[in-house]
Design a protein around this ligand. Structure first.
Ligand SMILES: [Zn+2]
Ligand SMILES: [Zn+2]
Length: 193
């Protein structure tokens, strides 16, 4: 066998290099039966194509997801509008659960006056900063959810009635509040201290 046998070479359309035909994939649809790109260029091309495809799929999934999320939200809003009583009960139950969790008590009470009417009870930040935190997490709903699902610890929270909570706020601001709140089991009674 002659060792100086001429090796068939072919010019890659992409990188313009002349390479032996073994560096090209076969392509029966072409006149010379070879791909116009060399194997190296071809694989780069395929890789790029795949990346684009992946990106497109990701984006279209994202679009579909957003659309679906919006639709689901609209359906929920619609359902809530059509079932106000159910919604009210759901909210009361959620509120009770939240207050139970923060107070560590089945019957949540104001730690200051003992009021146990949950309509008046609120969650209080012992060291202040409640408004800031609610703002930071994106609203009261998110704040409450993080307590319920356990991602937000409750060590620095307690339960106060609306009146005591307001007084607490005043006390923090002015350091002294000249009245005392007493819960008599039915209503909040305030008296001069
Ligand atoms: Zn090439
Ligand atoms: Zn109170």
């Amino acid at each position: 066998m002659p060792t100086n046998e001429k090796i068939a070479i072919f010019r890659c359309y992409k990188c313009k290099q002349e390479k032996p035909i073994s560096e090209f994939h076969k392509d029966p649809t072409r006149l010379n039966g070879l791909d116009s790109r060399c194997k190296k260029c071809k694989s780069q091309y395929e890789k790029k194509r795949w990346e684009t495809h992946k990106e497109k799929r990701k984006n279209s999934f994202k679009e579909w997801y957003e659309l679906n999320k919006e639709r689901e939200r609209a359906q929920k809003r619609q359902y809530a509008r059509e079932h106000p009583e159910e919604r009210r009960i759901y909210r009361v139950k959620l509120r009770l659960k939240l207050l139970q969790k923060v107070s560590g008590n089945n019957i949540p009470q104001c730690v200051n006056c003992g009021c146990d009417d949950i309509r008046f009870l609120e969650i209080n930040h012992v060291n202040g900063g409640g408004s800031k935190e609610k703002f930071d997490v994106g609203g009261q709903g998110y704040f409450h959810r993080s307590i319920l699902n356990g991602t937000r610890k409750t060590d620095d929270l307690n339960v106060l009635c609306k009146v005591c909570n307001s007084l607490d706020h005043l006390k923090r601001k002015y350091e002294i509040v000249p009245i005392e709140i007493v819960w008599n089991g039915k209503e909040v009674v305030s008296c001069q201290g």
